[in-house]
Design a protein around this ligand. Structure first.
Ligand SMILES: [Zn+2]
Ligand SMILES: [Zn+2]
Ligand SMILES: [Zn+2]
Length: 136
């Protein structure tokens, strides 16, 4: 049966990647005429929880998995500025600063570079040690 009147209220979060809104919370009110002729109102409420399972305002949506996270869990990749959830964040330890948050792809790129640098240093120290040995 078609409702006589239907109101809907939505709470959405904008998604900058897809340009669409993701629904966080939806309330619907329907007025239905019953068989007896009376008008019944019906309330339906959908609640979409934050995927990080925290309480609080939604801060954004992860570009990798689409998860909605709160302000604390949600962040951006330091390199490409894409929004990421906690699960898809990789933290790169740095000497002087706080760990840098990176997305998977940027983390891969940077850690590969780092490994290469470490290997280079390793070979260098190996050569130095050998030369020392020869001298002694
Ligand atoms: Zn994610
Ligand atoms: Zn959270
Ligand atoms: Zn990135």
């Amino acid at each position: 049966m078609k409702p006589i009147r239907q109101n809907e209220a939505r709470k959405v979060t904008p998604d900058r990647i897809t340009g669409q809104d993701r629904i966080l919370d939806r309330r619907q009110k329907k007025h239905i005429r019953s068989d007896q002729g009376s008008v019944n109102s019906m309330d339906v409420e959908w609640v979409f929880f934050l995927d990080c399972e925290c309480k609080g305002e939604a801060a954004g949506r992860c570009f990798e998995c689409g998860a909605i996270s709160c302000e604390t869990c949600h962040g951006r990749c330091h390199a490409c500025r894409k929004p990421i959830c906690m699960q898809h964040s990789h933290f790169l330890e740095t000497d002087d600063q706080e760990p840098i948050r990176l997305c998977g792809r940027c983390h891969d790129k940077i850690s590969r570079k780092q490994t290469r640098a470490k290997i280079g240093r390793f070979f260098l120290s190996f050569l130095v040690q050998q030369e020392d040995g020869r001298d002694g």
